[in-house]
Structures are given as C-alpha cells and as structure tokens.
Design a protein around this ligand. Structure first.
Ligand code: IPE
Ligand code: IPE
Ligand code: MG
Length: 236
C-alpha cells in the first residue's frame, strides 16, 4: 500500500452499544474493545504505520457511574498484565498520554513498567490516551510555558507553532494524518484538539469492538482518495 498515513488516531467508541445490542453488560463491550485494540495495533505495525494513538478514557469519562469506571480500570489492569510481555516480544512500544497521576498506585506501577520495558523499541509505537483531554493538554502546556517564563528560562516570544507541541503529552509525535471514529458520532469529543488541525476524519457506524482489519483497510483506502490541500489549492 502506498500513501499510508504515518500516524493513525482512533476514538475507540461504541463499546457500550456493542454490548447492549447483545444483551451483555457494558463492561463486556469494553473487554471486547481491548481485544480490538490489540488486533488493530498489530495490524498497523504489520502495515508499516509508525504510530497508532487510541483514545481509551477521557477526562470527561469520570462522569460515568463509578461501577463502570472501576470496571474499565480493572480491564486496563488486566490488559496491561497480559500485554506487558507480548508487546516487548512483538516489538510494540506502548506509551501513555494523559494525566495518569490520579490512577491507582497499582495501575501507575504497571504503566511505568510497560513504559520502561518497551521504551527502547523504535519500530512501532502505540499510544494509549488515558485520562486524556485535548483542552486539559493545552491548558497544562500553557501553564508549563508560563512557569518557564516566570522562572526566566523562556520569554513569551519563544512560543511558536513549532515549539508548542513540545509542551503537549504528544511531544515528539507527528500529527495524525487520519482520525478514525467508529460508533458514528460526528464529533471529536475533546481528542487531540491541537494535533488534528488538518487530520482527515473518517467516521463509521461500525462499533469499535467490530472494527477489524477489513475496516481499517476501508479507512486507509478512503484516506488515499483524499485531496489534502492544507489551505492551498489542489495539486491533483
Ligand atoms: C468507548 O465506548 C469507551 C469509553 C469511552 C471508555 P463507550 O462506552 O462510550 O460506548 P458507547 O458510546 O456507550 O456505545
Ligand atoms: C470518547 O467517547 C472517549 C473515548 C472513546 C475514550 P465518549 O463516548 O466518551 O464520547 P461522547 O460522550 O459520545 O462524546
Ligand atoms: Mg461513547
């Protein structure tokens, strides 16, 4: 496949509806969604895509009933336990974007361990956005820069569009060329607000647990038909 995006972002939405349609508890949908993430991450790596960034838990998802939040955190714990070795073996670097400092000490330790174990991997990187919010990310960046200015380490004029991304959770990542939203909602739900300025947005009614390799193929084929003008004129 030519003209592949280097970086694909995905809003892993539709887990709850997937479960409800089957008469299962919403948690079953989250469990199935974690499996889909595994499949899609491996497939992205096999295709030669460099980065996959997946929205797993937003800063707004704390509004859900505590039982669902607990179940999601429990599944994450289980997922990381299962993946910690397979990721290193399969050459997948796992990185976490978002404020994980509020998660349980057990989860934080697992995140730290996964990060350590896979940090040296350079081939493919999967980013999991946890307690992530695009606005939160931007506010934190502004705060950190302001602090550096106050400390005399930076001056306000230093700030540019090129420097700002260094202050984001996603520092070092290229912007995603393609943003995929399964579950049919036509909104970005506070995901990668800075980074998606020029991303192509692919929305499908397919629910995330049903999003398989063929669905990614479809999204990539659609991406390849896009005329990316970036405000200029068509070169086609
Ligand atoms: C996405 O699936 C997973 C999280 C937000 C944690 P949802 O749980 O939002 O699934 P729907 O949208 O209710 O179907
Ligand atoms: C977006 O899905 C967040 C994640 C998939 C982690 P939501 O289900 O939370 O988004 P809304 O509520 O439909 O905007
Ligand atoms: Mg949802």
């Amino acid at each position: 496949m030519s003209n592949l995006p280097r970086h694909v972002a995905v809003i892993m939405d539709g887990n709850g509806r997937w479960a409800q349609k089957r008469g299962l508890p919403r948690t079953a949908g989250h469990k199935a969604g974690a499996e889909t993430f595994r499949t899609i991450a491996t497939y992205c790596k096999d295709l030669g895509i460099d980065y996959l960034t997946a929205y797993a838990f937003s800063t707004e998802n704390w509004k859900r009933p505590p039982a669902e939040v607990d179940a999601i955190m429990g599944l994450l714990d289980q997922y990381l336990h299962e993946s910690i070795e397979t990721m290193a073996r399969d050459n997948i670097r796992l990185r976490f974007l978002g404020d994980v400092s509020v998660l349980s000490p057990k989860l934080r330790a697992l995140i730290e361990e996964t990060d350590e174990l896979t940090r040296h991997i350079t081939g493919f990187q999967a980013n999991i956005c946890l307690n992530y919010g695009g606005r939160d990310e931007i506010v934190r960046a502004a705060r950190r820069f302001a602090r550096e200015c106050a400390a005399g380490e930076r001056s306000p004029e230093d700030m540019t569009e090129a420097l700002f991304p260094d202050y984001l959770w996603s520092a070092g990542l290229p912007d995603p060329e393609l943003l995929i939203r399964p579950g049919g909602e036509m909104r970005v739900s506070n995901f990668l607000l800075w980074q998606c300025a020029y991303s192509e947005i692919y929305v499908t009614d397919t629910l995330w647990p049903d999003f398989g390799r063929d669905e990614l193929d479809k999204a990539l084929a659609w991406y390849q038909t896009r005329d990316r003008r970036f405000g200029g004129l068509s070169t086609k």
